[in-house]
Design a protein around this ligand. Sequence first.
Ligand SMILES: [Zn+2]
Length: 246
Amino acid sequence: MEKNLIACFEKDLPKDRVRYFTKDILIEAIKAAVREKRNRIISQEHIDDLIDNKPYIIIKSEHHKKDEMRLWIHFDDYIDFIDVSILRFESIPIGAISENNCVIPEDPKITESKRPYPNGREWQERVERKPVRRQYNFRKEVLEAYSFQCAVCSVSNPTFLDAAHILPVIKGNNDTLNNGICLCKNHHIAFDNNLLGIKPNGDIIVTEDSGIKTEFNKMEYPKNKDDYPSQENLTIKFNDFLNKNK
Ligand SMILES: [Zn+2]
């Protein structure tokens, strides 16, 4: 190993320690990068030529995106990089450098113990970028569909408007237009807390002691019929409203 290579080792490690990939661990990381739709990956052809159990040293690591690291790997005659999650980064073996500049591999038991699933099961990281983007589109699509007006009152200033989910996304319901209703902030809170209910036929019900008022008795629908709220979701949500207000 050349001296100049050691000079550019990862800054956060002691000078006599290096993180490294073996062929197996790298293949796992590449498969994960494909699955998790990370931006840049090492090509498959390069991988086929690698030698089993040889340590391929990470010469540089940097925070690339939120919860993502970009790792620069020194192969025999080239340097390439891969993006991995922080969790995967932390599971990568760390070896010591011997007097004659060889890598002394980490005890396989230690490497195994750093895996989030020690039984050898492969794991998938959640990539957080996509939902953020979807949320943004969801709001835009819902507000546009309802012509920038609350479905139960005449508030039409976008600052006070929300794209309310009929059923929460967290329960596996997606961010589709048909799971959304445009509501002003007050009516959104009332809807989420079952102080305001919308029947599957569009009738608006408010609980007596909530003090909530609506201007309409029936919700204002989007201009386009395809954008109407899902009957099924409204039914589930309205049953929830009835249960909470028994
Ligand atoms: Zn409103």
